[in-house]
Design a protein. Structure first.
Length: 200
């Protein structure tokens, strides 16, 4: 039976760096950001439902989703975000389950999911890892690395589960306030703990 590990963290927490390192160490990583793109490809049932709910302005002439236009709607309106999640989350769950099935019985399968808490998926994991940083550091990183305004950065953070909600479901916390070397060493420690129970 594959070991199911949930990996989550707020925007700009460094979760992607953790995910990439776990993949290097041998984890089978299921990237939910990638799944979220796959389920809204042209011709997909989810994209048709999005067009129906949010209008033609969120679909480009070539049939692809206009993410900035959709983002502007859902990040400003919690009920619109809920409607979007009701369309995309079931499709994403289905794809993730299919990927996990293909991973093999001895795999450590990491569900790299920024919305693990919001999707109610933490309870289905054997271990939940949360990458944690203070909110101000998230804001600073988004302003510096993604050229966001502070207001936009805070709106993105507010649209996700709170830091407290994530920490409440954590079995393992990886603090990412130090250097890349410190982060790498901590990930390696966590991996060792994940591997040893499956070897027994």
């Amino acid at each position: 039976m594959a070991r199911r590990v949930g990996l989550t963290g707020g925007i700009a927490s460094g979760k992607s760096t953790v995910s990439a390192r776990l993949a290097e160490l041998g984890a089978v990583v299921i990237d939910y950001d990638r799944l979220a793109r796959e389920v809204v490809e042209p011709g997909s049932p989810a994209l048709d439902l999005i067009a129906e709910r949010f209008g033609a302005d969120v679909i480009a002439p070539d049939g692809t989703l206009v993410r900035p236009a959709l983002g502007a709607i859902v990040f400003a309106d919690p009920s619109a975000l809920k409607d979007l999640e009701a369309i995309t989350h079931p499709a994403i769950r289905g794809l993730a389950a299919a990927r996990e099935q293909g991973a093999g019985p001895d795999a450590i399968v990491v569900h790299d999911n920024p919305l693990l808490v919001e999707m109610g998926a933490a309870a289905a994991c054997d271990v939940v890892i949360v990458v944690d940083v203070p909110e101000q550091l998230q804001v600073d990183r988004m302003v510096r690395d993604r050229q966001m305004t502070e207001q936009d950065a805070r709106a993105r953070i507010a649209a996700q589960a709170s830091r407290e909600q994530r920490l409440a479901v954590a079995d393992v916390v990886i603090e990412n306030t130090g250097t890349l070397e410190q982060l790498s060493a901590r990930i390696d420690e966590v991996w060792k703990d994940l591997v040893e129970p499956s070897a027994r």
